[in-house]
Design a protein around this ligand. Structure first.
Ligand code: GAR
Length: 200
């Protein structure tokens, strides 16, 4: 059984979609470890309620970026993690972890990348940018993670129509439902070999 490590920063609805899909057998893997860079994130509480091991690793536990990178890397290696999922994780991944888990770190982003990605483009900011740009279509992207925000190879995308009366909040809610489905489907495709990642 493949072992998943999930990195989170906030409320963790994508993390829960993955945990539930594993429990229901829609993903043939186990979530072994959840790491948050935010000690107050709801995701940590939700993971603990599911008896999943959690760790808080962030700027107050490791003020030095290199030390933080090492600590995350070591925690993931100690849990024998096969695939690392960024599920609403808002920080860059350090070089140590990128090297150890090369081609095995994936991120979900709430737009059709390359549109509306990059630094500062997270959460409602993304949906506000979509509406401000007058886009008729947005969506969800699952991609490999490299050293830059939202830049790695795209593994899956799904479009969502933007309605004329959408607010950032209404759009975020509709896109989030698609995120939960596409993330789980894509992870299972990686695990069953329909999407081939070199390291998995
Ligand atoms: C999700 O919409 C995810 O796509 C987005 O943050 C939200 C986290 O929600 N990620 C980014 O914007 C990454 N740049 P969740 O904690 O409920 O899964």
């Amino acid at each position: 059984m493949k072992k998943l490590g999930i990195l989170v920063s906030g409320r963790g609805s994508n993390m829960m979609a993955i945990i539930n899909a594993c429990e229901q057998g829609a993903i043939s893997a186990e979530v072994e470890l959840v790491i948050s860079n935010n000690k107050d994130s709801l995701a940590l509480v939700l993971a603990q309620e599911k008896n999943i091991e959690t760790a808080y690793l962030g700027s107050s536990t490791h003020p030095d970026l290199e030390a933080l990178d090492n600590a995350m890397n070591e925690a993931l290696i100690a849990h024998d993690i096969d695939l690392v999922l960024l599920a609403g994780y808002m920080k860059k991944i350090g070089p140590k972890m990128l090297a150890s888990f090369k081609g095995r770190i994936i991120n979900i982003h709430p737009s059709l990348l390359p549109r509306h990605g990059g630094q500062g483009m997270y959460g409602l900011n993304v949906h506000r940018a979509v509406i401000d740009a007058g886009d008729k279509e947005t969506g969800v992207t699952i991609h490999l993670v490299d050293g830059e925000y939202d830049k790695g190879a795209i593994l899956a995308q799904k479009a969502v129509a933007v309605a004329a009366d959408d607010t950032p909040e209404s759009l975020a809610a509709r896109v989030l439902k698609v995120e939960h489905v596409l993330f789980a489907e894509t992870i299972q495709k990686i695990i069953d070999g329909s999407i081939i990642l070199p390291g998995v």
